[in-house]
Design a protein around this ligand. Structure first.
Ligand code: GCO
Ligand code: MG
Length: 445
């Protein structure tokens, strides 16, 4: 042990044996000895785990800060769940903080495994997000202690930068064409196209449920037929005017009946989508087999997944082409890197969830994993507002449709807590408003 009296292996083992007999305190000194790594680096312990919230653009971001017993050494992790931020904050501050205090910050897997089972019931969105904040922060700390960016800890780069897709949209085919052109001019090679909001709700008319006073006035209206008729026409138009210069993606967002989704995917296949996302709700994973038998259109799924049971069969059955989990919704980088390896065995590529409701720390974590895996597919591209870049120094950068991380140790992103506090969570608690068919029937949103 650097600077200390190194015990011989025999002494350590005999101390352990004596300690095991409870006869002699030497085993504690011996254990302390065995805890240092082979360079004699003293272990670092967790001192405090706390959640920080900020909403500079109205999106409820949750970041976890893990402070250690080494002065100045801390890590950041993303725990962002936009629809239930306060529940995640409680899970972090009231449960993971007391659980993690005094434990080794070096032993990430051990911390993850034991924190994961510390609630006994597990695999839900709130606890997974809290766990992700702790987990990612420990990887950030590990990088800082090693003096390396996290992607180096994962094996180094498989690519020079990360290819992104961005979101284009419009209320009709012409508006969408113009939106796509704008992004192609910015250098993006992959663009998601949506006809209005998810499910093209602007095309739906006669929300009879409103006239009947059913639900609340703010409840949204979406009938499937106008969307199902409109989307193929949009793809036909954009392909006709822009040809194959750009890869086109589309997000069904689970809002239609499974059999209609199969019809839609088959109708879109001739326009060569890069992928079609979330054709079904996670509760309807059983339809993927039927879809695979009828179409070779590339399929992406996963942003709503929390539990390994949701993705394992889809991947081992080769029923999807892109796995799109939201890393903090599955518990952080520790499970995500294992998921990436599982997917690689079945030629499933990554497409981690990366919209506005992921913090810059979460986007950096996506990016470090993207750099280090051979089965990278595409990355949903962030847009960092001025405020976000000020609150989170070190945000990854976007150039010509590629994402770049900096090479600072860890994830390379910090937080200005004083500035973060200037953007408190909005009054609205964040729940997703109901979406209804004409007769008021609730729709998976
Ligand atoms: C996407 C997603 C998002 C989600 C949002 C929910 O593909 O980026 O569908 O737009 O709707 O993250 O909070
Ligand atoms: Mg989506």
């Amino acid at each position: 042990m650097a600077g200390g009296h190194a015990l011989s292996r025999r002494q350590v083992l005999s101390g352990l044996a004596a300690g095991a007999a409870g006869a002699f305190p030497l085993h504690k000194a011996a254990l302390a000895q065995t805890e240092t790594d082979d360079r004699g680096t003293p272990p670092v312990k967790v001192r405090k785990v706390r959640a920080i919230t900020t909403a500079p653009n109205g999106i409820r971001l949750v970041v976890v800060k893990v402070e250690t017993d080494e002065p100045g050494l801390y890590g950041l992790g993303c725990a962002t769940f936009n629809q239930r931020p306060l529940a995640v904050v409680e899970a972090v501050n009231k449960y993971l903080d007391p659980f993690a205090r005094g434990r080794s910050a070096d032993n990430i897997e051990d911390m993850w495994q034991n924190a994961y089972t510390s609630s006994y019931w597990r695999n839900g969105p709130v606890l997974n997000n809290a766990l992700s904040g702790l987990d990612m922060a420990l990887w950030d700390i590990k990088g800082k202690r090693a003096g390396m960016p996290v992607y180096q800890l994962l094996g180094g780069k498989c690519r020079f930068a990360i290819d992104l897709y961005t979101h284009a949209g419009g209320r009709d085919a012409k508006e969408i064409e113009d939106s796509v052109r704008g992004y192609v001019e910015q250098g993006f090679r992959h663009v998601r196209i949506q006809l209005g909001g998810y499910g093209s709700s602007h095309l739906s008319t006669n929300p009879d449920f409103r006239d009947a006073g059913f639900g609340l006035p703010g409840d949204q209206h979406m009938d499937a037929a106008p969307y199902l008729r409109g989307m193929p026409k949009v793809f036909e138009h954009v392909r006709a005017v822009l040809g194959d210069r750009v890869e086109l993606l589309h997000d069904v967002h689970e809002r239609i009946n499974p059999i209609d989704a199969i019809q839609l995917v088959k109708a879109l296949e001739e326009y060569r989508p890069f992928f079609i996302e979330d054709p079904f709700a996670p509760e309807q994973n059983g339809y993927f087999k039927m879809l695979r038998q009828q179409s070779s259109c590339p399929i992406a799924m996963g942003e709503l997944f929390n539990n390994p049971h949701e993705w394992t069969d889809l991947i081992t059955g080769r029923l999807i082409d892109f796995i799109r989990v939201h890393l903090s919704q599955i518990g952080g980088l520790t499970p995500a890197r294992k998921l990436a390896v599982l997917a690689e065995q079945f030629a499933v590529r990554s497409a981690w969830h990366g919209p506005g409701d992921v913090s810059p720390v979460g986007h950096a974590c996506n990016a470090h994993l993207d750099l280090a895996i051979p089965n990278f597919g595409i990355q949903e591209g962030p847009r960092f507002s001025e405020q976000l870049q000020e609150i989170f120094p070190g945000c990854p950068e976007i150039k010509q449709g590629y994402l770049y991380v900096n090479d600072s140790p860890g994830f390379g992103v910090d937080i200005n807590e004083e500035l973060a506090a200037k953007y408190p969570l909005p009054e609205h608690p964040g729940y997703w408003s109901p979406v209804r068919r004409r007769d008021g029937t609730a729709v998976r949103p």
